[in-house]
Design a protein around this ligand. Structure first.
Ligand SMILES: *Cc1c(COP(=O)(O)O)cnc(C)c1O
Length: 408
């Protein structure tokens, strides 16, 4: 038997069935009219934001990284909860605009921005986190054509990375951002060209659970920002310190110590160097805000035994939950938290693998897990599905199509 990841706090059962938002998932499935179904809990998202606000210094603004979950009702909910939004494409710009979010609260990072994406962003008044000198110059010429001063920040490729992070996005040769030593010159060029100068974006990595490592990275980002501001000779209006706070997905993972991160940042803020005294700071988070608030619900359509092993074959799979299948940036496949939603309180009775309906051996949602005995018609829940699920999985694969989504 292989262990399952830890089920996030906040889920309960009602009549033996997994419930969220005060109702059993069977009710939500009935309302949606189909499985598979992503369910996102508004209460859990609100609680998570409140927890962060409580732990972090008041001076620190909170941004939501849209790519984690761009479902329109989720964006609308965040509109009232966070200070800013970080997008990574023209498509995401359209999504935040459709959700009624003011472009002045939006910043746009990501390599390979096309001219029409830059145009849409400059026209709307979105802050562009420039990934290269060439991109900054294209944005400046587009600004001239549009008769509008672009709001420009520089994404810095820091000379450090986030230790223990699942995805390193800084340190060494990277397609992201501008190498730190070239930043002061571009800063001066941007200011001289008459753009609205918006400061630095320093993102070193993602999905870290080690609070000390996150705090160290934030301290290094502050030092780097101060050094770059000093060398460029321009005041720093804003600095995005990156994100990186992860969530426990796998057996043995423990949540990051938020209080420690907040306390260390508070101490840093109390002793800021001259260059950063007037700077506004933010962090940008995706999965930490939504990941644990989502569950993917899929129905068992077949139960079979092969060479003595039980397989629960579901109507879902990696086309909606690529990460849970172990095919989205993990080296060794480990089990996400999962359960039989319709037998939520039942004891472990057997070892079974939960697989999807795709004709590939990669399509496995839980491998050799200890579960209650489930049958055709039962619902399976895969947790930690609120981020990088629906939008980061190949929904068109094998002609399957997207899953339903509900914010409850
Ligand atoms: C992906 C990404 C994020 C969000 O990462 P999470 O791990 O979901 O918090 C934030 N900022 C940038 C620049 C990113 O690329």
């Amino acid at each position: 038997m292989k262990p399952l990841g830890p089920i996030p706090q906040g889920f309960s059962s009602s009549g033996g069935i997994l419930s969220l938002g005060g109702r059993p998932v069977t009710d939500w499935v009935e309302q949606a009219g189909e499985t598979p179904l992503f369910l996102y809990s508004a209460d859990m998202i609100r609680a998570r934001v409140a927890q962060l606000r409580e732990a972090m210094p008041q001076r620190l603004a909170l941004h939501y990284a849209v790519k984690a979950n761009p479902f329109a009702p989720v964006l609308k909910l965040f509109s009232d909860l966070v200070d800013g939004f970080d997008i990574a494409s023209g498509g995401e710009l359209a999504m935040v605009q459709n959700a009624g979010i003011d472009a002045a609260r939006v910043s746009f990072a990501g390599p390979g921005k096309r001219d029409r994406e830059l145009e849409a962003a400059v026209a709307a008044g979105v802050t562009l986190n420039c990934e290269s000198e060439a991109e900054a110059r294209r944005a400046l010429s587009i600004g001239e054509v549009l008769g509008r001063a672009p709001r420009l920040a520089i994404r810095v490729n820091p000379d450090f990375d986030l230790k223990g992070s699942g995805m390193k996005m800084g340190g060494g040769a990277k397609p992201f951002g501008l190498d730190a030593e070239r930043v002061p010159a571009l800063t001066r060029e941007i200011v001289k060209a008459g753009a609205e100068w918006r400061g630095y974006h320093i993102f070193a990595g993602s999905q870290a659970l080690d609070a000390e490592a996150i705090a160290d990275t934030q301290a290094q980002a502050l030092e780097l920002a101060a050094r770059l501001a000093r060398e460029s000779g321009e005041p720093l209006p804003h600095c995005n310190l990156g994100g990186g706070i992860g969530i426990p997905y796998f057996p043995g993972d423990a949540p990051a110590d938020l209080a420690l991160i907040g306390q260390r940042l508070e101490e840093r803020f109390a002793a800021l160097p001259e260059e950063l005294q007037g700077t506004e700071f933010c962090i940008e988070l995706g999965r930490y805000l939504v990941g644990e608030a989502g569950v993917y619900v899929t129905r068992v359509v077949d139960r079979k035994v092969s060479h003595g092993e039980v397989f629960l074959v579901t109507d879902g799979g990696l086309h909606h939950q690529l990460a849970a299948s172990g095919n989205f940036g993990t080296v060794v496949r480990r089990n996400y938290p999962a359960a039989i939603a319709t037998r939520y309180d039942a004891p472990v009775e057997e070892e079974a693998s939960i697989v999807g309906c795709l004709c590939t051996p990669l399509d496995r949602l839980a491998d050799k897990a200890g579960l209650p005995r489930a049958d055709v018609g039962d619902l399976v829940a895969v947790f930690c599905a609120g981020a990088y699920g629906a939008s980061a999985s190949p929904a068109s694969f094998l002609g399957q199509g997207p899953a339903a989504e509900l914010l409850v």
